[in-house]
Design a protein around this ligand. Structure first.
Ligand SMILES: NC(=O)c1ccc[n+]([C@@H]2O[C@H](COP(=O)([O-])OP(=O)(O)OC[C@H]3O[C@@H](n4cnc5c(N)ncnc54)[C@H](O)[C@@H]3O)[C@@H](O)[C@H]2O)c1
Length: 203
């Protein structure tokens, strides 16, 4: 598959979600434009980056598009294991998240440096002190981490996560993380989202 730029990947992830509830057999780039607001030209360019051979004149075959998007996102692979690091207010709220149940992702461990948190909180997966972070990640073959520690702790933990085989970090903290090239970071921050909206709407 061709190298796919990050903005295209973001749109393709959303397209996959949109198609999961789309019931027609084909879909045109104009239809996708009307559902998403992305221009039809952008949609066609994004889709041209996928491994699909169907022509766009009468629309894309939805099943072919879905298969290619699954391939891009490794959705057909076995489950991909995740952990949560930082079980304070934010981390605790994530413990009960049911959104991942129908996905390939499964949270298999939680970590906190405060053993009171790991002992008191209840969860369907084990909660551990951060002292054994590396050994649990390696033995459980955990690939992704959800980071919800205090800002000051974020970089040291991200460095530890990067050095024990984590492929990607969902960063809920406001810290701008520095990680090696082989580790991806996806920032999920309400403040940044509002600032981005503000910057876009005032241009
Ligand atoms: N993304 C968003 O929109 C958003 C919204 C609110 C808060 N936040 C951020 O999320 C983070 C967590 O916020 P919170 O309100 O849950 O904070 P919190 O203080 O309630 O929880 C932080 C938890 O991290 C644990 N911790 C500290 N150092 C650790 C370490 N080295 N290893 C493992 N655990 C460690 C603490 O024991 C605590 O349980 C903060 O960085 C905050 O700024 C993000």
């Amino acid at each position: 598959m061709k190298e796919i730029p990050r903005p295209s990947k973001r749109r393709l992830v959303l397209l996959k979600r949109l198609l999961s509830e789309y019931e027609e057999k084909t879909i045109t780039s104009q239809k996708i434009e009307s559902l998403t607001g992305w221009s039809a030209a952008v949609v066609r360019r994004d889709i041209s980056l996928l491994n699909i051979h169907c022509g766009a004149s009468n629309g894309y075959k939805v099943c072919e598009l879905k298969a290619s998007l699954d391939e891009l996102m490794d959705s057909d692979s076995q489950e991909q294991k995740c952990c949560i690091v930082g079980l304070g207010r934010m981390g605790q709220a994530l413990l009960d998240n049911t959104e991942l149940q129908s996905s390939q992702f499964r949270i298999v461990a939680g970590f906190d440096s405060n053993v009171n948190r790991t002992e008191v909180l209840r969860s369907v997966f084990p909660l551990h002190p951060t002292t054994i972070l590396e050994s649990v990640i390696q033995s459980e073959k955990i690939e992704y981490a959800i980071l919800s520690v205090e800002k000051e702790e974020a970089q040291p933990i991200a460095t530890r996560l990067s050095s024990c085989g984590i492929k990607g970090i969902v960063n809920y903290t406001p810290c701008v993380l520095t990680v090696p090239h082989n580790v991806e970071v996806e920032n999920v921050c309400l403040l940044t989202a509002l600032e981005t909206l503000c910057a876009q709407s005032s241009k």
